[in-house]
Each structure stands twice: as structure tokens, then as C-alpha cells.
Design a binder for this molecule. Structure first.
Ligand SMILES: NC(=O)c1ccc[n+]([C@@H]2O[C@H](COP(=O)([O-])OP(=O)(O)OC[C@H]3O[C@@H](n4cnc5c(N)ncnc54)[C@H](O)[C@@H]3O)[C@@H](O)[C@H]2O)c1
Length: 405
């Protein structure tokens, strides 16, 4: 019951279900049960305080005794190796534990992101001794920092049903949880596994396409990228979302979902040239932004880059595949002095990953800043006046980039 699991549990509880969560970290479980958990995710602390029918345990036997529906939301981090877009090791261990206990009459629901065919080829096999037990796929499309609102107001609920009854149960759960009337798409688990990736990949492709048009406009005399993209987005077949010039996509889901779809395509004999181009253009776009910054200020020695989480004004501390940091890396590699300026937790994350590649400035609550540069990258220091800022303006910050996970 991590970031997404706890939010799901809280929404289920608020919708009237009795919920028993499970996690392996005892102190975390205790902080949920004692209602002392601190979370940067909006509404989590408030909903936890208000919840009456939510408990958490470290015991799997208790979970099995308690539940009809077991939703699994363990992490599936990026794996290693050509086929390993997601490492499903923890998920597979949970399924094996359930099989070892010979569970009966349960609906098991995988909500973690998995590779297409995981359910048919791996999960079903791992639950092979469980009688009258279904296995379904039910991933969420939510944004970090907006998880509760996303869970309660989805555009669409995606159900890869293990049986008609399992699909009916999941549909009823989502209708109870939703404050809106979402479209419910029911299909086989394999179709849902592909759909989860296809939606995110369509968005990444749109972002790369938008950035390509924007760069073409930048390099064409008298062309205005904002006017062009506003007109393009006015076509109802296209739509204006994710169509603002800015940074590329990043974060823990978009880039790897894109790569995962490509991997699955290759596995089934399809050339994923569209996904490949989307990914390639995202890298080229970071080169382009860095080169343009240097071209626009050829004598500039220092650049301050702020708000470097994976999306603008991100309330949670995640820098994974941040496109702004990709630009910062390119500037540093060109010999520029780059100062990363952000709140303390983000600065610490960047420092742990990149060390002396950058210098650091901690933004104090209330807007002040503290020079936190213990690790100069060796570049000649320059006066603050000479620093060029890379603000998250509408020009450089695509507010929709990396938005949906
Ligand atoms: N967080 C999001 O916004 C989001 C969005 C879309 C999809 N997802 C997907 O949802 C899944 C979960 O993501 P997350 O961000 O919530 O991960 P997370 O790392 O925050 O949470 C996973 C939790 O599982 C616990 N855990 C590990 N082994 C366990 C076990 N055997 N039994 C019980 N608990 C165990 C961990 O202690 C941890 O608290 C991933 O597949 C992710 O790709 C997440």
C-alpha cells in the first residue's frame, strides 16, 4: 500500500467499503493505523484522519481472511535487460505467496503497470492452484500530486476482466468511488495491458510532435509557434491538450511506457518506429533547448535552472527522467556552470544523483534562497548578475508534459 495503494484505499474507504491494506514496512503500517502518516500528496492526510474503516497490516493471512477482492499495487520499477521494461519481481512474489496459501473464491486484481501478456503468461501460472479465483488488470491513469482527484474523477476506467463477474465487481467498485460518470472500458487483460501503454504513448507522441512543430517554427522566419499550435489544437480531431511548446516528457511513467510498448511491439513482430521516433525526438529536443540557450546567450557562463522535478510545480519530490535536468546535463557537458535551484528535498535528490556536475541553491520556504553549493563543478564562478534563468514560462514549460502517468 504505497503511494498509489494508499490513495486507492482512502478513496475506497470514503466510498463506503471496508478496506484492509497491507505493506511490508512495519513503521509505515503503524503510521497509517495511528493516523500519524505525513504525505505530500494532496488530501491524503485529511482523508486518513477522517477514515473509520481503513486498517493496515503486515500479515498476508489476515488479508486473505478479510477480503473478497485483493488489489495489488506493489512497485514495478524499471528492470534491466532488453525485455524488462518493468521489473515484476515483487508482484510475482506476492502472487506466488497467494498461490502457496491456496486462496479460493477471490478476485485478484493487478493495478501495477505490467508488460503486455504478463497476466496471461505469468500471473495465471503463478496462481495455478487457486480455485475459483480470477485475475484481472485494472491500472489507473493518475498524476502524481493529483492522485485522489484523479481516482475520484477518471475520464475512463480500464478493466481487463478475468471473468464477467470480476468485471462486474470492478465496475461497481469504480462507480462507487467516482464522483463523475466515467466511461468504463471492459476487455480482456491482454487488451487492457496494451491499452494502458497505448494511452500514455499517444500522449508522448503528441508532445514530441508538438515540440517538433515548435522547433520548426523557431527556425522559420516570421513563424509563430504559439499561433501555429493554437490553430492545430483547434481541430477537434486533434484537441489542444498537450499542445503547448515547452520541455519534453519525463517522469516515472511516460518514457518507460513508451519504451515498453516498443519492446512489446518487437516481441510480436511489429516495428515500433512511431514509439522509437517519439523517444528519439524527446532526446533531440533536450539537445535543441540547450543549444538554443547557448546560442541566445553565447557569452553566458552560468545558468540557473529551477523547478526541476519531472513536471512543473510538482508537489511530490520526483526527478526521474526530468526533461529540465536533461537540458541541465547538456549545458554542464558543454562546460557551462549550472546551478540547480529548488526546494530542499529536490536539491538533495539531484545532488545524490548528479553530485558535482551541478552547483546547488536551496529555495527556502517563503521564497528566499540559500547558496548550498558544497560541490562546485569546477567551472569559473561568475557573479549572480551573469546567471541566466530558465523559468518555467509558457515558452519553456509545457504544463501538460509528463502529466498523466
Ligand atoms: N504512484 C503513481 O502515481 C502511479 C501511477 C500509475 C501507475 N502506478 C503503478 O502502480 C504501482 C505502484 O506504484 P507506487 O508508486 O504506489 O509504488 P510504491 O513504491 O509507492 O508502493 C509500493 C508499496 O508496496 C509495498 N510492498 C512491497 N512488497 C510488498 C508485499 N510483499 N506485500 C505488501 N506490500 C508490499 C512497499 O513497501 C511499498 O510501500 C507501480 O506498478 C506503478 O508503476 C503508480
Amino acid at each position: 500500500m504505497g503511494r498509489l495503494g494508499l490513495c486507492t484505499a482512502l478513496c475506497l474507504e470514503e466510498a463506503g467499503f471496508e478496506v484492509l491494506g497491507s505493506d511490508v514496512i512495519e513503521s509505515y503500517v503503524e503510521s497509517i493505523n495511528k493516523r500519524t502518516l505525513r504525505s505530500g500528496e494532496p488530501r491524503v492526510e485529511e482523508m486518513l484522519q477522517a477514515s473509520k474503516n481503513l486498517r493496515c497490516t503486515t500479515g498476508m493471512d489476515e488479508i486473505i481472511r478479510f477480503s473478497d477482492v485483493i488489489m495489488i499495487l506493489v512497485a514495478t520499477p524499471t528492470g534491466t535487460g532488453a525485455d524488462q521494461a518493468y521489473d515484476c519481481g515483487v508482484l510475482s512474489r506476492v502472487l506466488s505467496d497467494l498461490n502457496h496459501r491456496r486462496i479460493k473464491d477471490k478476485h485478484v486484481v493487478i493495478c501495477c503497470t505490467v508488460m503486455p501478456t504478463y497476466i496471461d503468461k505469468v500471473a495465471r501460472h503463478l496462481l495455478r492452484d487457486c480455485e475459483r479465483t480470477t485475475i484481472s488488470y485494472n491500472p489507473e491513469f493518475i498524476a502524481q500530486g493529483d492522485v485522489i482527484r484523479g481516482l475520484q474523477n477518471p475520464d475512463m476506467v480500464l478493466i481487463g476482466e478475468g471473468s464477467k463477474e470480476a468485471g462486474d465487481v470492478l465496475e461497481a467498485i469504480h462507480h462507487a468511488m467516482a464522483k463523475n460518470k466515467p466511461v468504463v472500458c471492459r476487455m480482456s487483460p491482454a487488451s487492457a495491458e496494451i491499452t494502458k501503454l497505448a494511452i500514455n504513448c499517444f500522449i508522448t507522441t503528441k508532445i514530441s510532435y508538438c515540440n517538433m512543430i515548435s522547433n520548426i517554427a523557431d527556425n522559420t522566419p516570421h513563424a509563430d509557434k504559439f499561433a501555429i499550435l493554437k490553430a492545430v489544437g483547434s481541430d477537434s480531431r486533434i484537441g489542444s491538450k498537450c499542445l503547448l511548446p515547452g520541455f519534453g516528457f519525463g517522469g516515472p511513467c511516460f518514457p518507460r511506457d513508451n519504451r515498453a510498448l516498443g519492446t512489446h511491439a518487437r516481441n510480436v513482430g511489429v516495428d515500433p518506429c512511431v514509439s522509437d521516433a517519439t523517444d528519439k525526438f524527446n532526446h533531440l529536443h533536450a539537445d535543441y533547448i540547450a543549444e538554443r540557450m547557448i546560442k541566445n546567450a553565447p557569452h553566458q557562463e552560468s545558468f540557473v535552472i529551477d523547478d526541476v522535478a519531472y513536471k512543473p510545480r510538482c508537489p511530490v519530490d520526483i526527478i526521474e527522467e526530468s526533461h529540465k535536468l536533461e537540458v541541465a546535463k547538456r549545458l554542464a557537458r558543454k562546460g557551462k556552470r549550472v546551478v540547480i535551484k529548488d526546494r530542499p528535498a529536490i536539491v538533495e535528490l539531484v545532488r545524490r544523483t548528479y553530485g558535482s556536475m551541478f552547483e546547488y541553491e536551496v529555495e527556502l520556504p517563503g521564497g528566499g534562497a540559500d547558496e548550498a553549493n558544497g560541490e562546485s563543478n569546477g567551472a569559473t564562478t561568475s557573479s549572480a548578475k551573469k546567471k541566466a534563468r530558465l523559468e518555467p514560462t509558457s515558452d519553456m514549460g509545457n504544463p501538460m508534459s509528463s502529466y498523466i502517468r
